[in-house]
Design a protein. Structure first.
Length: 258
């Protein structure tokens, strides 16, 4: 299933579940009030406050973490673009023949790096593309080392090889950053606390003579939308909030490699 649809149905399921539990909680509260009157809600405010506070903290931390990881992934695209661009410029330190061969390999390499993320969400194709990139990195490194050994001055070795190393390292950093997400238990807790909060909120509304649909729908919708945005930020190659626009930096670099 498309990730956007999956996240939407997940948020919709949370929304409907919260509406159900709000009603269940209200009915439980009404029964308690009918039996025990004022004593039914004695001391419940502390429990409700603790659960709502914990839910607020969990949403704040997960949203903040997702947003930080989203920004990091965008920044890593810029860093890789700069690393490749620097290494490409330093090819001028090599002899003309070697320079021409490596420049063509760099063009193919940038195409291969762009292809990795264009294949998302087909993860099998992504792994295959990453394997191809690793092979190209090995070829570029091997040829660059041989060219530096044959260079008449040590400047090529001192400047080109560190730049190539940085270019290769950033690919691992980006790959790992794309796989970095909170443990599943965090999302389980988020859903569980949202549902528990709905139950308690419904219980707290039992003393009202009629339902306030504005509050009921607003409470459920606000939490469902917050969870949806968190999921979208965590997977910026799948949903509506995407980092694809920053890939243009690599595209522009490729176009500059004449």
């Amino acid at each position: 299933m498309n990730f956007t649809l999956f996240a939407f149905f997940l948020a919709l399921g949370l929304f409907l579940s919260m509406l159900l539990l709000l009603e269940v909680g209200r009915r439980i509260g009404v029964r308690h009030l009918a039996r025990e009157a004022e004593k039914a809600s004695a001391g419940t405010g502390t429990v409700e406050g603790a659960v709502f506070g914990l839910l607020g903290l969990l949403i704040a931390f997960t949203f903040s973490g997702a947003s930080a990881r989203f920004d990091t992934r965008r920044q890593l695209i810029v860093e890789e673009t700069n690393a490749i661009g620097t290494a490409y410029l330093r090819l001028d330190l090599l002899s003309t023949d070697t320079q021409t061969v490596l420049q063509e390999q760099f063009r193919q390499y940038v195409d291969a790096r762009l292809d990795v993320y264009r294949k998302v969400p087909d993860m099998a194709a992504v792994k295959e593309a990453l394997t191809k990139v690793a092979q190209m990195q090995a070829d570029i490194w091997r040829q660059a080392v041989a060219a530096c050994r044959a260079a008449p001055t040590p400047q090529a070795t001192m400047l080109l090889l560190p730049a190539l190393n940085a270019m290769i390292d950033i690919t691992t950093t980006r790959t790992m950053a794309a796989q970095m997400h909170p443990p599943t238990i965090i999302f389980v807790m988020l859903f569980g606390l949202a549902l528990a909060s709905a139950l308690l909120a419904g219980y707290g509304m039992a003393s009202a003579t009629s339902r306030s649909w504005l509050h009921v729908l607003g409470f459920a919708a606000a939490l469902a939308v917050a969870v949806y945005v968190i999921f979208d930020l965590e997977y910026p190659r799948f949903g509506m909030i995407r980092v694809d626009a920053f890939d243009q930096a690599l595209v522009d670099l490729r176009e500059s490699m004449h």
